[in-house]
Write a protein of this length. Structure first.
Ligand code: PGA
Length: 247
């Protein structure tokens, strides 16, 4: 059995005061949600506030990006050791917005993934195609260069998020069947490279316009091991109702 992961990607929203008030509302709503892992990824500036607000709860905190060097003259960047020291457990790597607006490549995603693993952070590595038509070839390439070069031991510690770019923030989601087919395809890539056990164990999250209304039919697919939620994770009630779907 794979434990589902429900992740919230806050993108460039919320300041520390808004972060505190989110968790005041959110904490009691997910008090009994032991069936899944909950990971919220605020901006760098909100990480410490979020860690403090969730201390003693099952809610885990992640960053949305990192730089692969441990420290150095890299103005504006934040390293894995800094994120770890601020109390985070996870970090999103290779989100499509990073790839699209900030020029991230598969090679960079691989370096960041390794840097995260080196300091004990769990990378949530994002893959996804821009156009529906070429999903398989794009996913194959992203998998091969951004994930396939990990060692077996490294791979065992990552989470994959499949987010079709055409579905992000667009109000359009893949149908549960299409999403499950794509997750199966990714699992086949994992099996070919890392073996059957790794394919069986890897958590593959789905992301792209997940809302309380569409999440139920997607999570019903055994291939879908949770979500990475953008917009709907900003509201404590919406996000909690996605977390609590299986209760
Ligand atoms: P969305 O974002 O849920 O707002 O579409 C998902 C994501 O980009 O992780």
């Amino acid at each position: 059995m794979r434990t589902p992961v429900i992740g919230g990607n806050w993108k460039m929203y919320k300041n520390p005061a808004e972060t505190t008030s989110f968790f005041e509302s959110f904490r009691p709503l997910v008090e009994y949600s032991g069936h899944c892992e909950i990971v919220i990824c605020p901006s760098f500036l909100d990480l410490e506030t979020a860690v403090t607000a969730t201390r003693g709860t099952r809610i885990q905190i992640g960053a949305q990006n990192l730089y692969w060097a441990k420290e150095g003259a890299f103005t504006g960047e934040v390293s894995g050791p800094m994120i770890r020291a601020s109390g985070c457990s996870h970090v999103i790597v290779g989100h499509s917005e990073r790839r699209r607006y900030f020029g991230e490549t598969n090679e960079g995603v691989l370096k960041k993934t390794v840097a995260a693993l080196d300091v004990g952070l769990i990378p949530i590595v994002c893959v996804g195609e821009c156009e529906k038509e070429n999903a398989e070839s794009v996913l194959m390439e992203q998998f091969r260069y951004a994930i396939g070069a990990l060692s077996d031991g490294q791979f065992a510690r990552i989470v994959i998020a499949y987010e079709p770019v055409w579905a992000i923030g667009a109000g359009e989601t893949a149908t549960p069947e299409t999403a499950a087919d794509t997750h199966r395809f990714i699992r086949t890539l994992v099996k070919d490279r890392f073996g059957a056990e790794a394919a069986n164990n890897i958590r593959i999250l789905y992301g792209g316009s997940i809302k309380p209304e569409n999440a139920k039919s997607l999570i019903a697919q055994p291939e879908i091991d949770g979500f990475l939620v953008g917009g709907a994770s900003l509201d404590p009630v919406s996000f909690a109702s996605i977390v609590n779907l299986e209760l």
